[in-house]
Design a protein around this ligand. Structure first.
Ligand code: UDP
Length: 375
């Protein structure tokens, strides 16, 4: 069958490759001038590898997903760490752990049990937390919440913690031990040795896949294809019939240093209420400094509404009252009625998904579609 995949990010790429390997002819279109979606990376003027749409760190417990991505390039182990910059200039590990708590409170808690006890005093109990504030207060109390989560979340989402869904902040662990990795629960923490773009080139390198860049989707294309796997924003497809699905976006501010920063981590998060959430020192990630002669690239992130950033949709907005998820459900019901179209990926399904989750959902989705065809 001739199939159309809209979007050359991880969702589209996982579908395209699986369908192509099953013998279908797949055309992938993307409105951007490059493949890779938001995981796209490139070498900048300093010879540093920069992820154009912000740092992408691959982490998962899903062995199948790791096996799949490893077919398309070499990956190296990389355990991501983040530090938070406090107002007095000191740095503290994120996720909040024993060291973080000792740093903030000037304590000398010696082990996990002492941290347990200390946090029990700080915690504001709540039987069934209904929003990010109640959830965090019930785990770590107000001082740590209001230091590490309240200003950052306000900058990021333009909302108070009381309005934000728990799933947004529970992405970040709270530790009572000395664990300082950002993704402590994930068995596989890896980065592509030649960059994400090279992985995408290899995924799309198949006789049955054709890529067309700088190509917007329009409905008249569908006539040429038996089925479409569509990662475009689902509200745009339906002309906002059920209302708008908002997104947060990021403006990236690049700076170049003459000497390398003396950081313990490649990313520093800001606890202040300025406009930036975090800063990445790219050359501190493995295989991100291709040329040894040039400068050292950093990128600061300034969150904004997607309408203030050329409609660049990065983060679906998850509020505690789930109002946008309710709108999305209405679109999903409309989509169910389209026999020859599946919506896929972050924008097609309006979910705050990590790369490994997108790949997992897409590989499963593609196989399911193939087995339905076979029946
Ligand atoms: N968060 C925070 N302070 C931090 C880091 C994260 O308040 O220093 C909150 C914030 O609401 C953020 C969410 O936790 O949007 C998820 O953070 P994560 O680092 O997973 O965001 P991503 O890397 O997806 O941008």
């Amino acid at each position: 069958m001739n199939l159309l995949v809209v979007g050359a990010g991880f969702a589209g790429a996982s579908y395209a490759r699986t369908l192509a390997e099953a013998g279908h002819k797949v055309t992938v279109i993307d409105s951007r001038s490059h493949i890779g979606g938001n995981a796209y990376d490139e070498i900048d003027q300093n010879g540093n590898r920069v992820h154009r749409y912000g740092p992408h760190l691959f982490h998962t417990n899903n062995e199948e997903v790791v096996k799949w991505v490893r077919q398309f390039g070499e990956w190296t182990q990389y355990e991501h760490r983040v530090e938070a910059l406090l107002k007095d200039g000191r740095l503290a590990p994120l996720p909040v752990n024993r060291t973080t708590i000792n740093t903030v409170f000037g304590e000398a808690l010696a082990n996990e049990q002492e941290v347990d006890k200390f946090l029990q005093h700080l915690a504001i109990p709540c039987d069934s937390p209904g929003n990010a504030a109640e959830y965090l207060y019930s785990k770590i109390g107000s001082t740590l919440t209001d230091l590490f989560f309240r200003p950052y979340t306000k900058k990021m989402w333009l909302m108070d913690l009381e309005q934000v869904d728990i799933s947004v902040v529970s992405r970040v662990q709270i530790r009572h031990d000395d664990e300082d990795r950002y993704f402590p629960n994930d068995k596989f923490q890896i980065m592509p040795v030649k960059g994400y773009t090279s992985v995408f080139e290899n995924i799309f390198d198949h006789d049955n896949i054709k890529i067309i860049l700088n190509q917007q989707f329009n409905k008249s294309m569908l006539i040429d294809y038996g089925h479409c796997f569509n990662s475009m924003p689902i509200d745009v497809y339906f002309d906002f019939e059920m209302g708008e699905l908002p997104y947060r976006s990021i403006k990236f501010h690049h700076r170049s240093l003459v000497t390398a920063a003396d950081w313990n981590s490649s990313v520093i998060n800001f606890t202040d209420d300025g406009k930036f959430t975090r800063e990445t020192a790219w050359y501190l990630l493995p295989h991100h400094r291709e040329s040894r002669s040039a400068g050292y690239s950093h990128t600061l992130e300034e969150p904004c509404d997607y309408k203030d950033n050329a409609f660049e949709r990065y983060y679906p907005v998850k509020t505690a009252d789930m109002r946008f998820q309710k709108i999305y459900k209405k679109y999903a019901e409309l989509a169910e009625k389209l026999p020859n179209m599946n919506f896929i990926g972050r924008c097609g399904t309006y979910q705050y998904l990590d790369m490994h989750q997108v790949i997992n959902q897409s590989l499963i989705g593609a196989k399911k579609w193939l087995s339905n065809q076979a029946q």
